[in-house]
Design a protein around this ligand. Structure first.
Ligand SMILES: [Fe+2]
Length: 211
């Protein structure tokens, strides 16, 4: 098998599409640390995720939605500095797919509302103001969570209700055939398809932030 080229096989597709996924056979040599080093990021958090309500943390999406669909969101939207990337490894038996909405189609569908939307973000009782979409030196950043962000203007209200049920089809990551997924949390919103009550499949998730 040809040697793994991290620039060609992770860097370029990630820049182009905002995500990159690998099938089960292809990623055996890829370590989370190697990917983090390449992205110039540190791992800031690790979670072992199973689709059930009982072990879910308070305020987590599992607690709100249980085994139902998780709506489109960015991870850590309630944080002043949300993570830059997410890496997920899923078990073959995981029934619930991961859903992705990359910025290109999203921003096209949302039009000018995307640039004007202002939200009040709830962080454990305290609130701070944040935009849905910002462009800074580091590039584009989208921030959204239906439950922790409340609209402050009409553009935000439009986005808040549209993202509850987006009318554009997501990219569907099926964990039966995919074992590794890297997502740019700044430019791609993600969600989860509906799970089943006895879905034993799990997902390991690492969040990464630029050094
Ligand atoms: Fe998430």
């Amino acid at each position: 098998m040809a040697e793994f080229n991290i620039v060609e096989q992770i860097g370029e597709p990630l820049r182009r599409n905002g995500y990159v996924s690998f099938s089960r056979a292809a990623n055996d040599t890829l370590s989370i640390r190697k990917i983090g080093d390449y992205l110039e990021c540190n791992v800031t958090h690790y979670s072992f995720l199973k689709p059930r309500i009982s072990t879910a943390r308070q305020n987590s999406l599992s607690n709100v939605y249980g085994i139902g669909e998780f709506p489109a969101h960015s991870d850590g939207a309630h944080l002043v500095n949300p993570p830059d990337y997410l890496i997920m490894r899923g078990s073959r038996s995981r029934k619930a797919p991961t859903l992705l909405w990359p910025s290109g189609k999203l921003l096209e569908a949302l039009g000018s509302a995307a640039n004007n939307a202002e939200f009040a973000v709830n962080r454990g009782g305290r609130t701070f103001g944040a935009r849905f979409c910002t462009v800074a030196a580091g590039g584009l950043r989208l921030r959204f969570n239906h439950d922790t962000m409340k609209p402050k203007n009409q553009s935000a209200a439009t986005i808040h209700s549209w993202l509850r049920e987006p009318t554009i089809a997501p990219v569907v990551i099926d964990w039966e055939t995919t074992s590794l997924l890297v997502v740019d949390n700044r430019t791609v919103l993600h969600g989860r398809g509906r799970s089943e009550e006895h879905d034993a499949g799990f997902l390991r998730r690492w969040t990464l932030r630029k050094r």
